[in-house]
Design a protein around this ligand. Sequence first.
Ligand SMILES: Cc1cc2nc3c(=O)[nH]c(=O)nc-3n(C[C@H](O)[C@H](O)[C@H](O)COP(=O)(O)OP(=O)(O)OC[C@H]3O[C@@H](n4cnc5c(N)ncnc54)[C@H](O)[C@@H]3O)c2cc1C
Length: 219
Amino acid sequence: MPASPRSKVRRVAQRGHYDQETIHAILDAGWVAHVSFANPRGQPFVIPMLYARVGNSLYLHGSIASRLMKTVGAGIDTCVCMTLIDGLVLARSHFHHSMNYRSVVAFGKAVAVTDSAEKAQIFARFVDSLIPGRAEESRAADRNELNATALLRFTIEEASAKVRSGGPKDDPADKALPIWSGTVPISQRYASPIAAEDATPGVEIPASVLRLTTRNADL
Ligand SMILES: Cc1cc2nc3c(=O)[nH]c(=O)nc-3n(C[C@H](O)[C@H](O)[C@H](O)COP(=O)(O)OP(=O)(O)OC[C@H]3O[C@@H](n4cnc5c(N)ncnc54)[C@H](O)[C@@H]3O)c2cc1C
């Protein structure tokens, strides 16, 4: 059940989910969230960002000069949304064209994390969120990098997920029309890695990157 009317999915309510397991699974399957907040004059903004989930918190990082880091880090009400696209849904009528998707809308507030050891640990988590195992293959943040990067811990107060799956919902009256209807699944795949132009000679592709090709089968 939603924690409050704020997070209750109204349209096609049966697609709404409120359990942490569903919400965390969707968050863990993606990389990018859209962070929404209003400045003190009430002007709304939506900014796309990477995130790293730890428990019921989403960490956000950025330049210490970033407006988002300063504004959201002051502890104002913030909303974070992320979406995964699973397929095109092609109906017989324009009206019933749609998409299959998994999305999350989360409400909460953020606090700035200033402890250097915790920041370093979470920055490693960001790297592993991009590609598991990469943090221990690469150099950790040094003191200057830690100081130049702000880190926010956004704690989810309440959240909803919405999931659409399956085929088009054509009107009965349209079912005899000679128009193809169905779904076109969408999947993301990793292509072959491309070494940097200034790649260190003799350094092989690391295990984390090689593992991505086997992960392709799961995407
Ligand atoms: C990829 C994609 C494309 C979509 N395209 C359209 C479109 O073109 N037109 C359209 O009307 N709708 C679209 N939707 C659905 C849209 O996100 C809303 O669910 C829808 O507008 C109905 O909102 P509502 O009136 O039920 O809820 P609102 O009153 O708008 O929201 C109430 C609460 O419900 C929850 N909620 C609503 N939507 C979502 C969601 N998607 N995921 C998680 N929680 C949610 C939130 O907690 C929100 O605060 C799309 C969704 C996705 C993921």
